[in-house]
Ligand binder design. Structure first.
Ligand SMILES: [Zn+2]
Length: 401
């Protein structure tokens, strides 16, 4: 059985898998992989009424186990009037494939499924295992997605040795960017208390807005670090400040704010919390601070497998990819706890936008790159064996784009 990755992308886009639902996509992929000889486990996690579907599929029981990972859930299409087509009725127009999830990241999944299944059909001898970890909860409810699958795998003593997440990492052209790490994300919520009162009698009240403004400006002025060879400096953005007071002559009794810190591998969430807490207590004692950090930072320093991916990309696209850690977070931040992980996939320009699309040609090229990567992962060429760590040693300055 051979698979056309463009046809498969279209089929996957047609499943209305608005996060955290899979819309039937997980069963469909499992059926394909089963036919090709994969052992498939459909895993459901969740609480109460919400059950999240995930798939772990593996071909042959061997070591090492090379895994490709991705998510079939998509963000809501938003205002439909902005779309020139039904977001879940994919269409090819002028060499572009349109539909919600075309870029993020159903084409990426279609490409690695096609690469694996077609290699099986070509009787490629995997000297180890090949596997797929696919979730329907990456854009939301990530507790029940990849993270839960990895926990299940640990309890069953199932191991992954290396993982490629097929997120759309290319920025302008397919092949221009591999993500070898990501910053972590920590969201803070801060409540400052005061004493409600009349604006005409400020001495009888305590206005918490001034405390909040003072804390936020101190937070914004803080240099957390200067970054390093692989990472940009950690950065804080204030996302909302709320008082909810529409009375002209009232000093409010309470104010809340949220801010998010994208942090690099110099920081930990605990350190950041301590730092922010110190800033708060330097201004007032009447506050409540909480922090939520679900996906941490990770870095896979350049190694043999990154060289293999660079070579595969260059062979198919003639582009020398840049190694980057920029952008948002992904499930690679969970996978890094069990093995080395990199992310490489389609152009992400239209991800989450109306009229999301990818070049049809890129879907074929990505499939070819993944195929090349798999072959060389199991049978590295002499060229690769001779250039181990060349990438890691080559650059004195930052590797970042
Ligand atoms: Zn994604």
């Amino acid at each position: 059985m051979k698979i056309d990755p463009v046809k498969l992308t279209k089929k996957l886009v047609s499943f209305k898998s608005i996060t955290p639902r899979d819309g039937g996509a997980i069963e469909y992929i499992a059926t394909i992989l089963k036919k090709s000889g994969f052992d498939c486990e459909i895993l459901e996690f969740g609480d109460g009424g919400t059950k999240i579907k995930n798939l772990y599929a593996k071909y042959i029981n061997g070591v090492p186990n090379l895994c490709f990972a991705g998510h079939v859930d998509v963000v809501h299409p938003g205002q439909l009037k902005g779309w020139t087509l039904d977001p879940f009725s994919p269409e090819v127009r002028d060499g572009m494939l349109y539909g919600r999830g075309a870029a993020d990241m159903k084409s990426g999944i279609a490409a690695f499924i096609a690469a694996m299944v077609n290699l099986v059909a070509e009787k490629f001898q995997f000297s180890g295992s090949i596997s797929a970890l696919i979730t329907s909860a990456e854009e939301s409810m990530e507790e029940y997605g990849t993270k839960a699958v990895l926990k299940w795998m640990e309890s069953k003593h199932k191991k992954i040795d290396y993982c490629v997440v097929a997120e759309p990492t290319s920025s302008e052209k397919l092949g221009d960017t591999i993500k070898i790490g990501r910053r972590g994300s920590a969201t803070f919520k801060l409540i400052c208390h005061g004493k409600q009162g009349h604006v005409a009698y400020p001495d009888l009240a305590d206005n918490p807005i001034y405390k909040m403004v003072s804390i936020l400006s101190k937070v914004k002025d803080t240099t957390f670090d200067n970054g390093n060879k692989y990472f940009q400096p950690s950065n804080c953005e204030i996302t909302t400040v709320d008082v909810g007071n529409d009375t002209d002559n009232l000093i409010p009794g309470l104010i809340t704010a949220s801010f998010n810190i994208r942090y690099n591998n110099i920081q930990t969430p605990d350190n950041l919390y301590k730092l922010i807490d110190e800033i708060c207590s330097s201004v007032t004692n009447d506050y409540k601070l909480s922090m939520h950090s679900s996906r941490g930072t990770f870095l896979s320093t350049p190694d043999r497998n990154i060289d293999i991916m660079l070579d595969a990309i260059n062979k198919v696209t003639s582009i020398d990819a840049t190694l980057s850690t920029s952008g948002g977070t992904s499930d690679a931040a969970f996978i890094k706890d069990v093995c080395l992980v990199i992310e490489f996939g389609m152009v992400n320009k239209t991800a989450h936008q109306v009229n999301e699309c990818v070049l049809v040609d890129d879907v074929h090229k990505l499939t070819a790159i993944y195929k090349e990567f798999i072959k060389n992962y199991f049978y590295p060429s002499n060229k690769i064996l001779n250039q181990i760590n060349v990438v890691g040693n080559a650059s004195e300055g930052p590797l970042l784009a």
